[in-house]
Design a protein around this ligand. Structure first.
Ligand code: TMP
Length: 204
């Protein structure tokens, strides 16, 4: 039975999720909470191998179906070996992306059939969802500029502005339908302001 708290960090490229997850971790540890920070795709040895396949540009095109199945393969591994055990032990799990990213990128970005994603979600997660999702939102022009400054672009970051606009719109639509699970955070504010908003979202 789940006892901990599962918080996911979502948003487009260059929205500052990784910086914020570290800052939130420090804030929670200072409150005496046991925290596990992890990410998707990835978070276990095998899932990190799958991440490499997904993010590294390759001469052979990765089909949309392969991409989708690999996302859920990595997730199955991650849930079994990291997320569920940590929650059972009463820890708080902060996860850099989860299934909302599959809806945003594979459905919104790549146009993968919604029913496929819903079926895979049911198979792999069996109703399991985050307790809270922080959606870091910023205009695509700003966030892509930050991603480009960070260095070499991965396979998703190379997709371009139209793809990223669809990802952003899908995230915002998910937040609207999300039955209170989402908090939208303005990621175009300063790093400190964004941290304050993120910590505020965690305060009951
Ligand atoms: P990032 O977490 O470092 O931003 O990189 C992960 C990339 O993988 C990012 O471009 C989004 C993409 N992704 C998907 O397309 N679908 C998913 O389900 C997940 C978890 C990530």
């Amino acid at each position: 039975m789940k006892k901990g708290f599962f918080i996911t960090f979502e948003g487009g490229e260059g929205t500052g999720k990784s910086t914020q997850i570290e800052r939130v971790r420090s804030g929670l540890v200072a409150r005496g909470i046991e925290v596990v920070v992890t990410r998707e795709p990835g978070g276990t040895d095998i899932a990190e191998h799958i991440r490499q396949l997904l993010l590294t540009p390759n001469k052979e095109e990765l089909t949309m179906m392969t991409e989708l199945l690999l996302m859920f393969a990595a997730r199955a591994q991650h849930l079994e070996h990291v997320i569920r055990p940590a929650l059972r032990a009463g820890k708080w799990v902060l996860c850099d992306r989860f299934t909302d990213a599959t809806y945003a990128y594979q459905h919104g970005g790549r146009n993968a059939d919604l029913v496929w994603i819903q079926s895979l979600e049911q198979m792999v997660q069996d109703g399991f969802k985050p307790d809270l999702t922080l959606l870091f939102d910023a205009p695509v022009s700003l966030s892509m500029e930050r991603a480009i400054k960070r260095g070499k672009l991965d396979r998703f970051e190379q997709e371009g502005i139209d793809f990223m606009e669809r990802v952003r719109e899908t995230y915002l639509a998910l937040a609207k339908q999300g039955q209170g699970r989402f908090r939208i955070i303005d990621a175009s504010a300063t790093v400190d302001q964004v941290t304050l908003a993120a910590m505020d979202a965690l305060t009951p």
